[in-house]
Design a protein around this ligand. Structure first.
Ligand SMILES: [Cu+2]
Length: 147
């Protein structure tokens, strides 16, 4: 049995278009440059939750508003310390997906152990889109060969 050209377009072309044009949940599929300002004061980070996409280039600007505070990202093993009134920067690529704990790395008072935040690194939709397109192209190639 032979697959018609129209049949092949319907089988692989349309799914490929859907994969290409489907909107991503975050709105943008491109890895982006993100500058995130975090205010640290006894005993909390503001914001306490940072959500980024995998592959994003992140610069955290840590601002301590009262005493010296630190910021350590578990899983990425990154640290920065800021004196009051002096912004310190931490730059990294969010290459690992998941939820990571942020905690203060400088003993800053009685509730220091509870000074925590979260870094959430979401799905890289650009990567999954490329994988889906490659699979469709491979399937189209197999069907094309069999004729
Ligand atoms: Cu602390």
């Amino acid at each position: 049995m032979q697959t018609s050209v129209i049949g092949r377009i319907a089988l692989f072309g349309l799914p490929a278009l859907v994969v290409l044009l489907a909107p991503t949940p975050s709105g943008s599929a491109e890895p982006s440059e993100r500058i995130i300002r975090i205010e640290a004061s006894s005993f909390a980070y503001k914001p306490a939750l940072i959500a980024v996409a995998q592959g994003d280039h992140i610069t955290i600007e840590l601002v301590a508003t009262d005493v010296v505070h630190g910021l350590h990202v578990d899983g990425y093993d990154l640290s920065v310390t800021a004196d009051p009134g002096q912004t310190q920067r931490l730059t990294f690529v969010a290459d690992r997906q998941g939820t990571f704990r942020i905690r203060c790395s400088v003993p800053c008072g009685p509730l220091h152990p509870f000074m925590i935040g979260k870094l959430k690194v979401g799905t890289n939709w650009l990567l999954w889109r490329a994988v889906a397109l490659a699979l469709l192209a491979a399937m189209a190639g197999v069907v094309g060969f069999r004729q």
